[in-house]
Write a protein that binds this ligand. Structure first.
Ligand SMILES: [Zn+2]
Ligand SMILES: [Zn+2]
Length: 108
């Protein structure tokens, strides 16, 4: 994080139960809620994922989508669904759904 980046106030309304449970989980992990929100917004603006093949982290924004399988292509090793077996593709697909639920839509 850029240290010269000024902090701004954000006022949000969150369901009471969600906020209580979230604050509890945050304090158990010793992470300030403001940092969690900041992390999420960073992730939303510039999602980064780990390649299922080479394990390298890469930015989704910089990656291309494979015209054959419709998956994002790893910027390091160029892997996409085309290089996976049916079984492995299913595993990767279901892992990816976690990101998509968090992002509220397709990764790319
Ligand atoms: Zn890779
Ligand atoms: Zn492909």
């Amino acid at each position: 994080m850029n240290t010269t980046n000024p902090k701004m106030k954000l006022t949000v309304s969150i369901g009471e139960d969600v906020l209580k449970a979230g604050k509890k989980a945050a304090s158990e992990r010793r992470i300030p809620v403001s940092r969690l929100i900041e992390n999420y917004l960073k992730f939303l603006a510039k999602p980064e994922v780990y390649c299922f093949k080479c394990g390298e982290k890469f930015s989704v924004n910089e990656a291309e989508v494979c015209p054959r399988c419709g998956w994002i292509i790893c910027t390091k090793c160029k892997a996409c669904r085309c290089s996976l077996s049916e079984e492995s593709a299913e595993v990767a697909y279901h892992m990816r759904k976690v990101y998509e639920d968090l992002l509220g839509g397709r990764i790319k």
